[in-house]
Ligand binder design. Structure first.
Ligand code: UD1
Length: 337
Protein backbone atom coordinates (compact mmCIF):
# COMPACT_ATOMS: atom_id res chain seq x y z
CA UNK A 1 0.00 0.00 0.00
CA UNK A 2 1.24 3.47 -0.89
CA UNK A 3 0.86 6.99 0.35
CA UNK A 4 -0.04 9.50 -2.34
CA UNK A 5 1.52 12.92 -1.76
CA UNK A 6 0.02 15.69 -3.88
CA UNK A 7 2.49 18.54 -4.23
CA UNK A 8 5.22 16.11 -3.20
CA UNK A 9 7.92 18.00 -5.12
CA UNK A 10 7.28 21.24 -3.25
CA UNK A 11 9.05 22.63 -0.22
CA UNK A 12 6.97 20.88 2.44
CA UNK A 13 6.16 17.93 0.18
CA UNK A 14 9.80 17.06 -0.50
CA UNK A 15 10.65 17.00 3.21
CA UNK A 16 7.54 14.96 3.92
CA UNK A 17 8.50 12.42 1.23
CA UNK A 18 11.93 12.00 2.85
CA UNK A 19 10.34 11.25 6.23
CA UNK A 20 7.82 8.84 4.67
CA UNK A 21 10.49 6.91 2.75
CA UNK A 22 12.76 6.81 5.81
CA UNK A 23 9.85 5.36 7.79
CA UNK A 24 9.39 2.60 5.20
CA UNK A 25 6.32 3.86 3.32
CA UNK A 26 5.94 3.50 -0.44
CA UNK A 27 5.45 6.97 -1.85
CA UNK A 28 3.67 8.20 -4.95
CA UNK A 29 4.05 11.87 -5.85
CA UNK A 30 1.60 13.83 -7.96
CA UNK A 31 2.88 17.29 -8.85
CA UNK A 32 2.32 19.70 -11.73
CA UNK A 33 5.69 21.42 -11.10
CA UNK A 34 4.07 24.84 -11.17
CA UNK A 35 6.25 25.88 -8.25
CA UNK A 36 8.81 23.07 -8.06
CA UNK A 37 11.41 21.21 -10.10
CA UNK A 38 11.55 17.54 -11.01
CA UNK A 39 15.20 17.31 -9.89
CA UNK A 40 13.85 17.45 -6.32
CA UNK A 41 12.70 13.86 -6.71
CA UNK A 42 16.23 12.67 -7.58
CA UNK A 43 17.49 14.40 -4.47
CA UNK A 44 14.84 12.78 -2.29
CA UNK A 45 15.85 9.41 -3.67
CA UNK A 46 19.52 10.04 -3.10
CA UNK A 47 18.97 11.26 0.49
CA UNK A 48 16.85 8.24 1.40
CA UNK A 49 18.37 5.63 -0.91
CA UNK A 50 14.83 4.66 -1.86
CA UNK A 51 12.78 5.10 -5.03
CA UNK A 52 9.47 6.87 -5.31
CA UNK A 53 6.90 6.98 -8.07
CA UNK A 54 6.21 10.27 -9.83
CA UNK A 55 3.23 11.41 -11.88
CA UNK A 56 3.60 14.87 -13.47
CA UNK A 57 -0.12 15.60 -13.26
CA UNK A 58 -2.27 18.59 -12.47
CA UNK A 59 -5.15 17.91 -10.07
CA UNK A 60 -7.39 19.72 -12.54
CA UNK A 61 -6.75 16.93 -15.07
CA UNK A 62 -9.25 14.59 -13.61
CA UNK A 63 -8.81 11.67 -15.98
CA UNK A 64 -5.06 11.60 -15.52
CA UNK A 65 -5.50 11.78 -11.76
CA UNK A 66 -8.00 8.96 -11.83
CA UNK A 67 -5.45 6.88 -13.73
CA UNK A 68 -3.13 7.08 -10.71
CA UNK A 69 -5.80 5.54 -8.47
CA UNK A 70 -6.62 2.92 -11.07
CA UNK A 71 -3.15 1.41 -11.18
CA UNK A 72 -1.93 1.92 -7.61
CA UNK A 73 -3.14 0.60 -4.27
CA UNK A 74 -3.35 3.86 -2.35
CA UNK A 75 -3.90 3.73 1.37
CA UNK A 76 -3.99 7.42 2.23
CA UNK A 77 -3.43 10.82 0.65
CA UNK A 78 -1.32 13.66 2.02
CA UNK A 79 -2.78 16.61 0.15
CA UNK A 80 -0.30 19.47 -0.14
CA UNK A 81 -0.78 20.63 -3.73
CA UNK A 82 -2.03 24.19 -4.01
CA UNK A 83 -1.15 27.75 -4.85
CA UNK A 84 0.05 29.70 -1.83
CA UNK A 85 1.10 33.29 -2.54
CA UNK A 86 -1.18 35.75 -0.79
CA UNK A 87 -0.57 38.73 -3.11
CA UNK A 88 -1.05 36.61 -6.22
CA UNK A 89 -4.34 35.29 -4.79
CA UNK A 90 -5.61 38.86 -4.28
CA UNK A 91 -4.75 39.75 -7.89
CA UNK A 92 -6.14 36.55 -9.38
CA UNK A 93 -8.71 35.01 -7.04
CA UNK A 94 -10.46 32.87 -9.65
CA UNK A 95 -7.22 31.15 -10.55
CA UNK A 96 -6.63 30.41 -6.84
CA UNK A 97 -10.13 29.10 -6.23
CA UNK A 98 -10.06 26.97 -9.36
CA UNK A 99 -6.70 25.42 -8.54
CA UNK A 100 -7.11 24.94 -4.84
CA UNK A 101 -10.82 24.16 -4.60
CA UNK A 102 -11.55 22.39 -7.88
CA UNK A 103 -8.29 20.45 -7.61
CA UNK A 104 -9.30 19.26 -4.15
CA UNK A 105 -12.84 18.39 -5.26
CA UNK A 106 -11.46 16.28 -8.12
CA UNK A 107 -9.18 14.50 -5.70
CA UNK A 108 -11.92 13.85 -3.14
CA UNK A 109 -14.38 12.57 -5.73
CA UNK A 110 -11.79 10.16 -7.07
CA UNK A 111 -10.86 9.08 -3.53
CA UNK A 112 -14.55 8.41 -2.88
CA UNK A 113 -14.84 6.35 -6.06
CA UNK A 114 -11.78 4.24 -5.21
CA UNK A 115 -12.73 3.96 -1.53
CA UNK A 116 -9.62 5.72 -0.30
CA UNK A 117 -10.95 7.47 2.80
CA UNK A 118 -7.86 8.74 4.62
CA UNK A 119 -6.53 12.24 4.12
CA UNK A 120 -4.01 14.52 5.77
CA UNK A 121 -4.66 18.07 4.54
CA UNK A 122 -2.21 20.93 4.51
CA UNK A 123 -3.96 23.96 5.98
CA UNK A 124 -2.45 27.08 7.44
CA UNK A 125 -2.48 29.31 10.49
CA UNK A 126 -3.73 31.91 8.04
CA UNK A 127 -7.25 30.53 8.78
CA UNK A 128 -7.11 32.27 12.18
CA UNK A 129 -6.94 35.65 10.42
CA UNK A 130 -6.20 38.90 12.15
CA UNK A 131 -8.98 38.93 14.67
CA UNK A 132 -8.08 36.18 17.10
CA UNK A 133 -5.78 36.57 20.10
CA UNK A 134 -2.53 34.63 20.50
CA UNK A 135 -1.64 31.92 21.08
CA UNK A 136 -4.03 30.39 18.55
CA UNK A 137 -5.62 27.15 19.65
CA UNK A 138 -7.59 24.96 17.28
CA UNK A 139 -10.86 26.40 18.54
CA UNK A 140 -9.84 30.04 18.06
CA UNK A 141 -12.24 31.89 15.75
CA UNK A 142 -11.59 31.35 12.05
CA UNK A 143 -11.50 34.15 9.54
CA UNK A 144 -9.28 34.24 6.49
CA UNK A 145 -8.36 37.64 5.02
CA UNK A 146 -7.52 36.87 1.41
CA UNK A 147 -8.44 34.39 -1.36
CA UNK A 148 -5.50 32.10 -0.57
CA UNK A 149 -6.53 31.88 3.09
CA UNK A 150 -10.19 31.54 2.17
CA UNK A 151 -9.36 28.65 -0.17
CA UNK A 152 -7.74 26.84 2.79
CA UNK A 153 -10.71 27.59 5.01
CA UNK A 154 -13.19 26.48 2.33
CA UNK A 155 -11.36 23.18 1.92
CA UNK A 156 -11.46 22.69 5.70
CA UNK A 157 -15.23 23.21 5.51
CA UNK A 158 -15.62 20.88 2.52
CA UNK A 159 -13.75 18.18 4.43
CA UNK A 160 -16.00 18.79 7.46
CA UNK A 161 -19.13 18.37 5.32
CA UNK A 162 -17.68 15.27 3.71
CA UNK A 163 -17.04 13.70 7.09
CA UNK A 164 -20.51 14.61 8.34
CA UNK A 165 -22.02 12.97 5.26
CA UNK A 166 -19.94 9.82 5.76
CA UNK A 167 -18.35 9.22 9.17
CA UNK A 168 -16.18 6.52 7.67
CA UNK A 169 -13.65 9.18 6.61
CA UNK A 170 -10.34 9.59 8.44
CA UNK A 171 -9.19 13.20 8.09
CA UNK A 172 -6.46 15.18 9.73
CA UNK A 173 -6.19 18.90 9.03
CA UNK A 174 -2.80 20.39 9.82
CA UNK A 175 -2.58 24.13 10.35
CA UNK A 176 1.02 25.09 9.70
CA UNK A 177 2.55 28.14 11.28
CA UNK A 178 5.68 29.48 9.48
CA UNK A 179 7.72 26.65 7.97
CA UNK A 180 11.41 27.52 7.47
CA UNK A 181 14.78 25.77 7.33
CA UNK A 182 15.78 22.84 5.18
CA UNK A 183 16.83 19.20 5.36
CA UNK A 184 20.14 18.91 7.17
CA UNK A 185 21.75 17.28 4.12
CA UNK A 186 21.53 20.71 2.45
CA UNK A 187 20.16 18.99 -0.68
CA UNK A 188 16.50 19.98 -0.49
CA UNK A 189 15.05 23.27 0.68
CA UNK A 190 12.82 26.18 -0.22
CA UNK A 191 13.29 27.54 -3.75
CA UNK A 192 10.69 30.22 -4.47
CA UNK A 193 10.31 31.59 -8.00
CA UNK A 194 11.27 35.27 -8.36
CA UNK A 195 11.52 37.53 -5.34
CA UNK A 196 10.59 35.55 -2.24
CA UNK A 197 7.48 36.69 -0.37
CA UNK A 198 8.49 35.04 2.87
CA UNK A 199 11.06 36.14 5.40
CA UNK A 200 13.59 33.30 5.65
CA UNK A 201 14.17 32.75 1.92
CA UNK A 202 14.61 36.48 1.55
CA UNK A 203 17.19 36.62 4.34
CA UNK A 204 19.05 33.66 2.78
CA UNK A 205 19.12 35.36 -0.61
CA UNK A 206 20.56 38.52 0.91
CA UNK A 207 23.18 36.37 2.67
CA UNK A 208 24.17 34.63 -0.56
CA UNK A 209 24.30 37.91 -2.51
CA UNK A 210 21.24 37.42 -4.72
CA UNK A 211 19.51 40.36 -3.06
CA UNK A 212 21.05 43.58 -1.68
CA UNK A 213 19.06 44.08 1.46
CA UNK A 214 15.99 43.01 3.32
CA UNK A 215 13.00 45.27 3.81
CA UNK A 216 11.47 44.86 7.25
CA UNK A 217 7.75 45.34 6.76
CA UNK A 218 6.73 47.48 9.72
CA UNK A 219 8.56 48.44 12.91
CA UNK A 220 5.64 49.94 14.83
CA UNK A 221 3.70 46.77 15.67
CA UNK A 222 2.52 46.06 19.18
CA UNK A 223 5.45 43.67 19.82
CA UNK A 224 8.57 43.97 22.04
CA UNK A 225 10.79 45.42 19.27
CA UNK A 226 8.02 46.71 16.96
CA UNK A 227 8.58 44.09 14.20
CA UNK A 228 6.16 41.27 13.39
CA UNK A 229 6.21 38.13 15.52
CA UNK A 230 5.67 34.65 14.04
CA UNK A 231 5.94 31.03 15.09
CA UNK A 232 8.74 29.70 12.86
CA UNK A 233 8.82 25.93 12.64
CA UNK A 234 11.56 23.79 11.11
CA UNK A 235 10.26 22.11 7.95
CA UNK A 236 11.61 18.72 9.11
CA UNK A 237 9.62 18.97 12.35
CA UNK A 238 6.63 19.88 10.22
CA UNK A 239 7.22 16.90 7.90
CA UNK A 240 7.38 14.58 10.92
CA UNK A 241 4.00 15.99 12.00
CA UNK A 242 2.49 14.54 8.82
CA UNK A 243 3.67 11.07 9.77
CA UNK A 244 2.16 11.43 13.21
CA UNK A 245 -1.11 12.56 11.63
CA UNK A 246 -0.98 9.55 9.31
CA UNK A 247 -0.50 7.21 12.28
CA UNK A 248 -3.51 8.80 13.94
CA UNK A 249 -5.82 8.44 10.92
CA UNK A 250 -4.72 4.84 10.58
CA UNK A 251 -6.11 4.25 14.07
CA UNK A 252 -9.22 6.40 14.42
CA UNK A 253 -11.87 7.72 12.07
CA UNK A 254 -13.10 11.28 12.40
CA UNK A 255 -11.95 14.74 11.43
CA UNK A 256 -9.34 16.43 13.57
CA UNK A 257 -7.55 19.76 13.40
CA UNK A 258 -4.00 20.32 14.65
CA UNK A 259 -1.73 23.31 14.94
CA UNK A 260 1.81 22.53 13.89
CA UNK A 261 3.95 25.22 15.48
CA UNK A 262 6.51 25.53 18.25
CA UNK A 263 4.36 27.69 20.52
CA UNK A 264 7.06 30.38 20.57
CA UNK A 265 7.04 33.64 18.66
CA UNK A 266 10.11 35.39 17.25
CA UNK A 267 10.27 38.87 15.79
CA UNK A 268 11.74 39.71 12.39
CA UNK A 269 14.72 41.36 14.12
CA UNK A 270 15.30 38.28 16.29
CA UNK A 271 15.36 36.08 13.19
CA UNK A 272 17.84 38.38 11.47
CA UNK A 273 20.12 38.47 14.54
CA UNK A 274 19.99 34.69 14.92
CA UNK A 275 20.74 34.18 11.23
CA UNK A 276 23.71 36.55 11.47
CA UNK A 277 25.10 34.88 14.56
CA UNK A 278 24.72 31.32 13.23
CA UNK A 279 26.10 32.03 9.75
CA UNK A 280 28.56 34.89 10.36
CA UNK A 281 26.91 36.78 7.49
CA UNK A 282 25.80 40.38 7.68
CA UNK A 283 22.17 41.00 6.67
CA UNK A 284 21.65 44.65 5.71
CA UNK A 285 18.07 45.77 6.20
CA UNK A 286 15.81 48.81 5.96
CA UNK A 287 12.76 49.51 8.05
CA UNK A 288 9.85 50.06 5.66
CA UNK A 289 6.08 50.32 5.76
CA UNK A 290 3.84 47.53 6.96
CA UNK A 291 2.88 44.98 4.30
CA UNK A 292 -0.88 45.19 3.66
CA UNK A 293 -2.71 42.31 5.32
CA UNK A 294 0.07 41.51 7.82
CA UNK A 295 -0.76 41.06 11.48
CA UNK A 296 1.38 41.96 14.49
CA UNK A 297 1.80 38.54 16.04
CA UNK A 298 0.84 34.95 15.44
CA UNK A 299 1.94 31.85 17.31
CA UNK A 300 0.49 28.47 18.08
CA UNK A 301 -0.83 26.72 21.08
CA UNK A 302 0.52 23.30 19.99
CA UNK A 303 -0.84 21.37 23.01
CA UNK A 304 -3.41 19.36 21.05
CA UNK A 305 -0.82 17.93 18.64
CA UNK A 306 1.35 17.00 21.61
CA UNK A 307 -1.45 15.25 23.48
CA UNK A 308 -3.24 13.56 20.57
CA UNK A 309 -0.44 13.00 18.05
CA UNK A 310 2.53 12.70 20.40
CA UNK A 311 4.22 15.36 18.27
CA UNK A 312 6.31 18.33 19.35
CA UNK A 313 8.57 20.61 17.35
CA UNK A 314 12.12 19.92 18.53
CA UNK A 315 14.32 22.18 16.43
CA UNK A 316 15.30 25.67 17.53
CA UNK A 317 15.47 28.95 15.65
CA UNK A 318 19.23 28.46 15.51
CA UNK A 319 18.75 25.05 13.78
CA UNK A 320 16.31 26.66 11.34
CA UNK A 321 18.77 29.42 10.39
CA UNK A 322 21.73 27.04 10.15
CA UNK A 323 19.84 24.61 7.88
CA UNK A 324 18.28 27.35 5.72
CA UNK A 325 21.77 28.74 5.18
CA UNK A 326 23.39 25.38 4.42
CA UNK A 327 20.76 24.79 1.72
CA UNK A 328 21.16 28.29 0.24
CA UNK A 329 24.99 28.20 0.35
CA UNK A 330 25.12 24.78 -1.34
CA UNK A 331 22.47 25.80 -3.89
CA UNK A 332 22.88 29.54 -4.45
CA UNK A 333 20.51 29.42 -7.41
CA UNK A 334 18.17 26.88 -5.86
CA UNK A 335 17.52 23.76 -7.93
CA UNK A 336 18.49 25.63 -11.12
CA UNK A 337 22.23 25.18 -10.85
C1 UD1 B 1 2.76 34.45 4.87
C2 UD1 B 1 1.37 34.65 4.39
C3 UD1 B 1 0.51 33.55 4.96
C4 UD1 B 1 1.05 32.21 4.50
C5 UD1 B 1 2.51 32.07 4.91
C6 UD1 B 1 3.09 30.84 4.27
C7 UD1 B 1 1.11 37.04 3.93
C8 UD1 B 1 0.46 38.31 4.38
N1 UD1 B 1 0.90 35.98 4.73
O1 UD1 B 1 2.73 34.49 6.29
O2 UD1 B 1 -0.83 33.70 4.55
O3 UD1 B 1 0.31 31.15 5.08
O4 UD1 B 1 3.25 33.20 4.45
O5 UD1 B 1 4.39 30.64 4.72
O6 UD1 B 1 1.77 36.99 2.92
N2 UD1 B 1 8.74 40.08 6.51
C9 UD1 B 1 9.59 41.15 6.35
N3 UD1 B 1 10.28 41.25 5.17
C10 UD1 B 1 10.16 40.33 4.15
C11 UD1 B 1 9.28 39.24 4.34
C12 UD1 B 1 8.57 39.15 5.52
O7 UD1 B 1 9.74 41.98 7.23
O8 UD1 B 1 10.81 40.50 3.11
C13 UD1 B 1 8.04 39.93 7.79
C14 UD1 B 1 6.52 39.94 7.69
O9 UD1 B 1 6.02 41.26 7.77
C15 UD1 B 1 6.15 39.08 8.92
C16 UD1 B 1 7.31 38.08 9.02
O10 UD1 B 1 8.40 38.68 8.32
O11 UD1 B 1 6.13 39.85 10.08
C17 UD1 B 1 7.00 36.74 8.38
O12 UD1 B 1 6.55 36.96 7.05
P1 UD1 B 1 6.32 35.76 6.03
O13 UD1 B 1 7.50 34.85 6.02
O14 UD1 B 1 5.92 36.36 4.72
O15 UD1 B 1 5.13 34.94 6.68
P2 UD1 B 1 3.65 35.43 7.11
O16 UD1 B 1 3.39 36.82 6.73
O17 UD1 B 1 3.48 35.07 8.54
Amino acid sequence: MSILVTGGAGYIGSHTCVELLDAGFEVIVVDNFSNSKSVVLNRIESITGKPLKLYAIDLLHREALEGVFEVNAIEAVIHLAGLKAVGESVDNPLWYYKNNITGTLNLLEIMNKYKVNKMVFSSSATVYGASSSVPNSEDSPLKANNPYGRSKLMIEEILGDLYRSNPDWYISILRYFNPVGAHESGRIGEDPHGIPNNLMPHISRVAVGRSDRLSIFGSDYDTPDGTGVRDYIHVVDLAKGHLKALEKINRVSGINYYNLGTGRGHSVLEVIKMFESVTGRNIPYSLTNRRPGDIDKCYADPTKAKVELDWVARKTLSDMCRDAWRWQKNNPNGYEG
